[in-house]
Design a protein around this ligand. Sequence first.
Ligand code: MLT
Length: 208
Amino acid sequence: MSADLGFVHVFQPAQNPGAPTLLLLHGTGGDEHDMLPLGNLAPGAALLSPRGKVLENGMPRFFRRLSEGVFDVEDLKVRANELADFVAAAAAHYRFDPSRVIAMGFSNGANIASAMMLLRPGVLKGGILLRGMVPLVPESRQDAPLAGTRVLISNGRIDPTVSPEETERLARLLQQAGADVEVHWQPAGHQLMPSDFAVAKTWLQSIR
Ligand code: MLT
């Protein structure tokens, strides 16, 4: 049974000493088990996979939305900070290096990951955003808060939920905050494809 650190979650320790920790963040209606198979994209890494605490018609999410693509920004801010605190608490409890946490999130999970980067720079060393959108635009207080943070965005060209313009806006927002951003376009909609996993695997090898 996993410890109670504020989120229902699964933790799998690293198989290789010194490997990073992947923070796996599911999409709407998923849970802490959904993304675990993607852990094999970073062989030997520790896996930390929480379940979103918001329920929308019984479907877990990481923050509230008012309608499809319209987010409750006040709730998002609270939840992103709560998740960042959970990552810190998990690092202390499970004894992994808090400076080597890489998020991999799908859809709603990608959106909380980028919100966490923008609101709590330094909590994540990097992130793979699969079908991510602009979560919020923070009032910036410091110059290049995300300098040294690496981000891979893998989005679909024909995604009815995330337009190409939205993807470009997300990339710009993160770049303006100082992150090193790579965008990969998939010949896909909102569903993930084998090419998403291939690009994520290559990117993870490059960051380790
Ligand atoms: C979703 O289905 O989860 C949305 O596309 C993204 C979100 O609500 O965060």
